[in-house]
Design a protein around this ligand. Structure first.
Ligand SMILES: *Cc1c(COP(=O)(O)O)cnc(C)c1O
Length: 430
């Protein structure tokens, strides 16, 4: 689906001037849309113990994270740098969850120090977390309905979580080591648009939590159903019905926990910001080589999903209305054939100089960017609630690209005098 109608209505009148004065490429995000989506989620759980922790990895721009924190959102972090970002924005104890995997000892120490709710991906991780936090949650492996997505793997192939059969023992061990409060975590889906499927997968985690708690003799403080809710990337996709999802989870919780009401936590990233961003580019090249090729001034390094996963992102040319449509490949400049934003996409006769929008880049867009081929990451702009457009991250420059390279290499391990004599000096080939 194209970006939300409200974003389009706010952005389109400004787009011509913006491109003329600022240039392209850049990602631009819609603050009002992000906040509205967050509020609608909170409304769906009104009166119930609930908190949404925004998955920082989806859009790790401090200005966007600050918007969400100000609304009462928590932050879901998976690395020390993400914890650092959260801390720098004033996130306090309880404002972050730390849901990582393959986690080093010092990362747990940091998570513990910052007062994160820590999700353990494996029983052995307890050994690397000393002291153990008061509250321990385990992530359950994809199972039942939540298994089988390409992003998470199935129960056999996944690297995530504790297998269902080992879960009770994991809680027993945590209890024996002094944990006093408990949660359960299940990442139940990935970019899921089918609300019934998502709700049943979340219900699985709620019910599993109740069974394990009963079995082990513990109370659950919270059930974290993770993120993974989908957004309508394609024009024919219907938006995810969040209200129905919330109602199903609450019903499942009431049924599974008749005497207590564990908090419902979520770690949505894509659902919150995905539709509220767009990558603005300019067509710089049109050619035919068996296929009709439209080259733009951004590459896969600014938005990896289409090339990497074959993910669909809608493409439009806002100033090319009325031209006849034909199929085109929209490509970037990387020396990689997968560097394509769209393949065989019907578009209105793109011409050099046209503005071309790649939609739904508000999550896992700039964040997954890289600098291969020296095609550096573009700027991020924000359309504020007041209607201003502000730069919240400038484009990278050559100086950024070389900023980690010292002029003179610093000695790391000097050669011993003996080794220096043994080895002939390096001389270029004749
Ligand atoms: C990636 C991830 C999320 C967020 O996923 P979205 O698809 O952006 O909602 C949340 N929790 C965990 C553990 C993740 O790995």
């Amino acid at each position: 689906m194209p970006v939300s109608d409200t974003f389009a209505a706010r952005l389109n009148p400004l787009l011509g001037d913006l491109v003329a004065t600022y240039g392209t490429p850049f990602h631009i995000y819609d603050a009002a849309g992000i906040v509205d989506t967050y509020r609608a989620m909170t409304d769906a759980f009104a009166g119930e113990p609930y908190r949404q922790y925004f998955a920082v990895k989806a859009l790790p721009n401090p200005h966007v994270l600050a918007l969400l924190l100000a609304e009462g959102s928590g932050l879901d972090c998976a690395s020390p740098v993400e914890l650092g970002l959260a801390g720098s924005l004033g996130a306090g104890p309880g404002d972050t969850v730390f849901t990582s995997n393959n986690t080093a000892r010092h990362e747990f120490e940091l998570a513990h120090k910052t007062g994160s709710l820590v999700t353990f991906d494996d029983l052995t991780a307890l050994d690397r977390c000393d002291p153990l936090p008061d509250t321990v949650a385990f992530r359950v492996s994809p199972h039942g309905l939540s298994a089988g997505s390409r992003l998470m793997g199935d129960a056999q192939a996944t690297k995530f979580g504790v297998p269902v059969g080992q879960l009770a023992d994991a809680y027993r061990e945590a209890k024996a080591r002094g944990a006093r409060r408990f949660g359960i975590h299940g990442m139940t889906c990935a970019n899921e648009l089918d609300v019934d499927r998502a709700a049943r997968a979340a219900t699985d985690v709620v019910e599993l939590g109740a069974r394990v708690a009963e079995d082990v003799g513990i109370q659950l403080d919270y059930v974290n159903v993770g993120g993974g809710l989908g957004i309508p990337y394609r024009p024919e996709d219907r938006p995810f019905d969040f209200r129905r999802y919330a109602e199903a989870i609450l019903a499942a919780r009431r049924a599974a926990f008749p005497r207590s009401a564990p908090r419902v936590l979520m770690e949505c990233g894509r659902y919150v910001t995905g539709p509220h961003g767009v990558l603005v580019t300019t067509v710089i090249n049109r050619c035919g080589k068996g296929r009709e090729v439209v080259g733009v001034d951004a590459s896969m390094s600014a938005l990896m999903r289409p090339g990497f996963y074959g993910a669909y992102h809608h493409v439009t040319l806002p100033f090319a209305q009325g031209r006849a449509e034909a199929p085109y490949d929209v490509v970037g400049s990387l020396c990689e054939n997968m560097d394509k934003f769209a393949i065989d996409r019907p578009l209105p006769d793109p011409r050099e100089g046209d503005v071309l929008l790649v939609h739904d880049t508000g999550a896992h867009g700039h964040a997954m960017g890289f600098t291969y081929n020296g095609r550096l990451r573009p700027a991020e702009l924000l359309l504020t609630g007041d209607g201003d457009i502000v730069e919240i991250r400038r484009a990278e420059t050559y100086d950024d690209y070389v900023s980690t390279v010292p002029g003179t290499p610093a000695s790391v391990l000097p050669a011993t005098p003996h080794a220096r004599q043994e080895r002939p000096a390096c001389t270029p080939d004749r």
